[in-house]
Design a protein around this ligand. Structure first.
Ligand SMILES: *Cc1c(COP(=O)(O)O)cnc(C)c1O
Length: 302
């Protein structure tokens, strides 16, 4: 685990508003950002239960799949990835995420989208147990109570100076940890990376306070959807600040925060902390798709 630091963003905003970003993306070279936090206590529990196999779920470009593969290997687990989309089984070589996971020892089980929807049902889990043996199940996106506990360690004492903390939201585990560990003077804003009204309820399962809000205007059409405006924003932000953002989560969140500043959402003198939850491994895969669509690619390293 590498030390995480807060980097102030060198962009001038009106009304003495300042932006700082917590570089959780640098926490580990391959298990980036919130996926590291979410796995920490789950892997301890798997060890305590003497499990030597981790089984989890994800899509073709999933940050979570890449993280489980690498963290599992590092800590001596066998890993099984249930992957959405049976058409992917002969296309591993073309997919940087799946290739990385496979190189780090993950064994895949490709399932159709229909079957994937039933993945949490006992019948499916039993089928997997018959096939692979007893395993520790890490839920899709990694969110459970232990994941939230890990995310409660993101905010530190020194962060008490910030009155807003902003993060991207997928399943809601990360924001729940931030909510639980926030100070009374802090408001947590979540930016869902996908469409849907179910997230408020999901977050209420784990979150113990009401110091938060979801801002649902910046999903760009849904999970994994991006457009030229977002690509250009991510590239310009990198050029100005040298902070690389991923297009699926952190890019949309930072776009949203800066747009809200321009719309006077934040009071004067607000000190805003952005949580960089990582996800940079997904950029190579996204760039392959962007090239196919003849769109500009994401430039997030020099
Ligand atoms: C998975 C992920 C998220 C979403 O986290 P949740 O805990 O599922 O809300 C946000 N950012 C990045 C980079 C991620 O990989």
């Amino acid at each position: 685990m590498n030390p995480v630091f807060n980097q102030s963003i060198n962009i001038q905003f009106p009304n003495d508003i300042s932006l700082t970003i917590k570089r959780e993306d640098l926490i580990h070279p391959f298990v980036s950002g919130n996926k590291f936090r979410k796995l920490k206590y789950n892997l301890l529990k798997a060890k305590a239960e003497n499990k030597d196999i981790l089984l989890t779920f994800g899509g073709a470009f999933s940050n979570h799949i890449a993280a489980v593969a690498y963290a599992g290997k590092e800590q001596g687990f066998k890993t099984i990835g249930i992957i959405r989309g049976d058409e992917l089984s002969d296309r591993i070589e073309e997919n940087p995420t799946l290739k990385f996971a496979q190189q780090n020892g993950m064994q895949f089980e490709f399932v159709s989208r229909e079957e994937y929807r039933l993945k949490s049902e006992t019948s499916f889990i039993e089928k997997m147990k018959d096939k692979f043996g007893d395993f520790y199940l890490v839920p899709e996106g990694g969110t459970n109570e232990l994941a939230v506990k890990g995310c409660e360690e993101i905010l530190k004492e020194e962060d008490s100076v910030f009155n807003y903390v902003c993060c991207a939201v997928g399943t809601g585990g990360t924001i729940s940890g931030l909510i639980n560990s926030a100070l009374p003077n802090q408001k947590i804003l979540g930016f869902p990376a996908l469409k849907g009204d179910f997230l408020n309820d999901e977050i209420r399962i784990f979150a113990k306070k009401d110091n938060w809000n979801l801002i649902s205007d910046y999903h760009f059409g849904g999970y994994g959807k991006i457009n030229l405006e977002l690509i250009e924003f991510v590239n310009a932000f990198f050029e100005k600040t040298k902070v690389p953002l991923d297009p699926i989560y952190t890019g949309k969140m930072v776009f949203g925060v800066i747009d809200l500043i321009s719309k006077n959402y934040f009071p004067a003198h607000s000190k805003i902390l952005l949580i960089h939850t990582g996800g940079l491994q997904g950029i190579d895969g996204m760039n392959i798709k962007l090239k196919q669509k003849k769109l500009p690619i994401l430039k997030t390293n020099d």
